[in-house]
Design a protein around this ligand. Structure first.
Ligand code: UDP
Length: 320
């Protein structure tokens, strides 16, 4: 099948690209390389079925050409990482809203199937974990730019559902929870690659806030499998699915774990959020998915546990 993958030079996109090529598909990756990197896909460039195009989803003419050429679209291109979103609020909103609008509109006009990568950010600061797809969403103030990202992804979801209902667009939405694995950059705030780099260099491990905040991590291979199984299942169209792991851990505990697994001498330091993200920052305290919906439909099973994923990631950062 001829597939278009937006954001395919990013962490998640590059793993999905690899997997789609292994499945025998013909793949076009489009990425503006702002947070993605050619390094992530350099091992794919020699493959005959692979094509990389540096470009933006905001470029309507380019997207028109690429959408007409493909049979289905995995739409992953978006602003990425809390730090990036806080530093670049306008670009983040425009990419997430206008860019996604272009992709959905063209997919509708040319009748292409779409997987849309949304985010667990859309749950906002709900404290009632685990989060189910139909739960209420609790958003912070507009003066706190972090929530703009959650709003933009929420808007994209409304748009996707409206296209599915009114125009019968075959589109499925995956809400991605925290993912980790090789090639995830430490540049945009992502906690695991940051802690691993710090621990391996015996530098202070920087826990933000009091470290009590809760996250659940899913290994990239499990996420890629989930994304493909949703796209391949027509029963999933018009619906939203959490993609994540119901096991959770506090950030303070994960710092300890990474320190131990790296045999590191790093001290664990606690830094107020205001020092990192400015005064107007608000974190999500909880972020844990209820995954029963995707399990029931696709048999999804995040089989790789936290210790195993951390060992793989540590080896990757060690260069072995
Ligand atoms: N975090 C941290 N130290 C870091 C980077 C992140 O304590 O050096 C925290 C961050 O404040 C958040 C959690 O780790 O509470 C997960 O952060 P990440 O940016 O990876 O994902 P998200 O906040 O989007 O869940």
């Amino acid at each position: 099948m001829k597939i278009l993958l937006t954001g395919g030079a990013g962490f998640v996109g590059s793993h999905l690209a690899e997997s789609l090529l292994n499945d025998g598909h013909e793949l076009t990756v489009v990425d503006n390389l702002i947070t993605g990197s050619k390094e992530n896909i350099k091992h794919l460039e020699d493959k005959a079925e692979f094509r990389f195009i540096e470009g933006s989803i905001l470029d309507y003419k380019l997207m028109l050409k690429l959408v007409t050429e493909c049979e289905c679209i995995y739409h992953l291109a978006a602003a990425v990482g809390v730090k990036f979103v806080i530093d670049n609020p306008l670009d983040s909103l425009i990419t997430n809203v206008r860019g996604t609008e272009i992709i959905f509109e063209l997919a509708h006009i040319f009748h292409k199937k779409v997987f849309f990568a949304s985010s667990s950010e859309v749950y906002g600061k709900d404290a009632d974990v685990p989060f189910s797809e139909d739960d209420d969403r609790i958003m912070g103030s507009v003066s706190k730019s972090r929530w703009g990202y959650a709003f933009s992804k929420g808007f994209d979801e409304f748009l996707a559902i409206a296209y599915a209902q009114e125009k019968k667009l075959p589109i499925v939405i995956g809400r991605l929870f925290n993912i980790c694995g090789p090639r995830q950059s430490h540049n945009y705030g992502m906690v695991i690659p940051r802690f691993v780099e710090q621990a391996l260099k015996n530098q202070p491990i920087t826990v933000y806030g009091d470290g009590q905040q809760i996250r659940s991590f899913t290994y990239i291979d499990n996420v890629v499998k989930a994304i493909k199984s949703l796209m391949d299942n027509p029963q999933a169209y018009g619906q939203i699915f959490n993609i994540g792991n119901s096991n959770f851990i506090s950030i303070g505990e994960i710092a300890q774990k990474i320190k131990q697994l790296c045999h590191s001498n790093s001290e664990i330091t606690y830094i107020p959020y205001s020092q990192v993200y400015g005064e107007n920052f608000e974190d999500m305290f909880y972020r844990v998915p209820d995954t029963s919906k995707i399990e029931k439909l696709t048999g999804f099973n995040p089989s790789i546990d936290l210790d195993e994923m951390l060992k793989i990631i540590i080896n990757y950062h060690r260069g072995s």
